[in-house]
Design a protein around this ligand. Structure first.
Ligand SMILES: Nc1ncnc2c1ncn2[C@@H]1O[C@H](COP(=O)(O)OP(=O)(O)O)[C@@H](O)[C@H]1O
Ligand SMILES: [Mg+2]
Length: 227
């Protein structure tokens, strides 16, 4: 393939005090592809994802998204970009406990200025698609972990992002629920054309990806298919 990458990271260094988390990490993501980021605990997977998503600013290296250098964008521009172009799913859904599930899913649209009624209609459509149409009126504390992750996936997809960042999205689920959430996440992203950066240490989760890279000691070591 010769398509230019949508997201390209080169030579990323990031340390937390004396602890190096990333050392010269390189990564490329093409539009629409699902890439699994594998590697042992502490190898730098989450740090890489946070740098790619513009949440953490690296100490060195460059990250280019759709022709813009993320690393040199001011904070306000980076958060605007995150809201418009990126979706996030974390290990524990990180839903807002005070909001109902439909309000949680509608929240990214509301933050982008969309009116409540149309935002909540879209949110309910995504809940239906994620097979949790019946939890819309409940709060996160009233639903199961598997339902919560489906709601979190709906929230990540509702803005039609170009990239979804998922950090061990099934890490807290039993294998049956984990499989279904992965299926729903990857089917929905393939339908909508979103690319996915999927951090996992589970081979069975990585099996849902188009391509795998392995992070070891802060470097991206290998990829099953050449980038
Ligand atoms: N906020 C932080 N403060 C201090 N050290 C951190 C922080 N986040 C990550 N680290 C350290 O950076 C390294 C990489 O962590 P991380 O990216 O979370 O790895 P992974 O997601 O692969 O488990 C580890 O040594 C971890 O302890
Ligand atoms: Mg991690």
């Amino acid at each position: 393939m010769t398509t230019a990458p949508l997201l390209l990271a080169s030579g990323i260094d990031k340390a937390y005090g004396p602890t190096p988390a990333l050392v010269g990490a390189d990564f490329a993501l093409r539009a629409g592809e699902v890439v699994a980021v594998m590697g042992p605990s502490g190898s730098g997977k989450s740090t890489l994802l946070h740098c790619l998503a513009g949440i953490v600013r690296p100490d060195a290296g460059t990250i280019t998204y759709d022709g813009r250098e993320l690393t040199s964008l001011p904070d306000a521009a980076r958060s605007a970009l995150r809201r418009s172009d990126f979706g996030f799913v974390f290990q524990f859904g990180q839903l807002v406990p005070e909001l109902t599930c439909v309000e949680n899913v509608a929240l990214p649209l509301r933050l982008n200025g969309e009116r409540r009624r149309s935002a909540e209609l879209k949110a309910q459509e995504w809940l239906t698609r994620l097979e949790v149409e019946d939890v819309g009126g409940k709060r996160p504390g009233e639903i199961s972990g598997g339902q919560g992750q489906r709601v979190a996936v709906a929230r990540a997809l509702v803005t039609a992002p170009r990239v979804i960042f998922a950090d061990e999205p099934t890490g807290a689920l039993d294998s049956l629920n984990g499989e279904r959430v992965m299926q729903l996440l990857t089917d929905a992203s393939r339908d909508t054309g979103a690319a996915v950066v999927l951090v996992t240490h589970e081979a069975r989760v990585a099996a849902y990806s188009d391509r795998e890279v392995v992070v070891r000691d802060g470097s991206v070591r290998s990829s099953e298919w050449a980038v």
